[in-house]
Design a protein around this ligand. Structure first.
Ligand code: NI
Length: 178
């Protein structure tokens, strides 16, 4: 168990595509330790999702845990602790939705990003099982945000209206829905 430092924008590792995780190693100690470190680091930072490259591990592994109830992202649909290995995303609709996203690797900022509102994700679970899950609403945005990290992409790359990139205090003052 260890809280690892979260890399910040400007670190080239965040811009490097991650390699597939060897699925025959999911039962191993290295994988268990990686997930524990990611979970500890996510909890310490108070986030809802983390990709392995954010702690400097260039493997296709993400974790997501969206708590129920109000948070800094507003009222949310909860998503229990989920581990995704080697995930692939497929949009299920051309309809998009926009959320003000934030990222532990881009601290202090929020930006409005539009993404497909319903997606299918095929991935390997932390039990080594191949799963296919459909996400919609806010969880769909969170999943796509985390998967982008595995391609070396950050949410700020996807902001089409630059007037909707804001510091957190200004976001709360001027942009947050009442
Ligand atoms: Ni992020």
């Amino acid at each position: 168990m260890a809280i690892r430092p979260i890399l910040r924008m400007g670190n080239p590792t965040l811009r490097t595509p991650a390699a597939p995780y060897p699925t025959d190693e999911i039962a191993g100690e290295g994988f268990r330790s990686l997930i524990e470190d990611m979970r500890d680091s996510l909890a310490a930072a108070g986030g809802i999702g983390l990709a392995a490259p954010q702690i400097g591990v260039l493997s296709q592994v993400v974790i997501i845990e969206i708590p129920a109830g109000p948070s800094r992202y507003g009222a949310l649909s909860a998503l229990g602790f989920t581990v995704m290995v080697n995930p692939r995303v497929t949009p299920l609709t051309e309809a998009t939705q926009g959320y003000w996203e934030g990222c532990l690797s881009v601290p202090g900022l929020r930006g409005f990003v539009e993404r497909p509102e319903r997606v299918q994700v095929d991935y390997i679970s932390d039990q080594g099982k191949a799963l296919s899950t459909t996400f919609e609403g806010f969880p769909a945005t969170v999943v796509q945000h985390e998967l982008d990290h595995l391609q070396g992409q950050l949410y700020i790359d996807l902001i089409s209206d630059r007037s909707k990139l804001s510091f957190e205090a200004e976001f709360e003052q001027f942009h947050q829905p009442a």
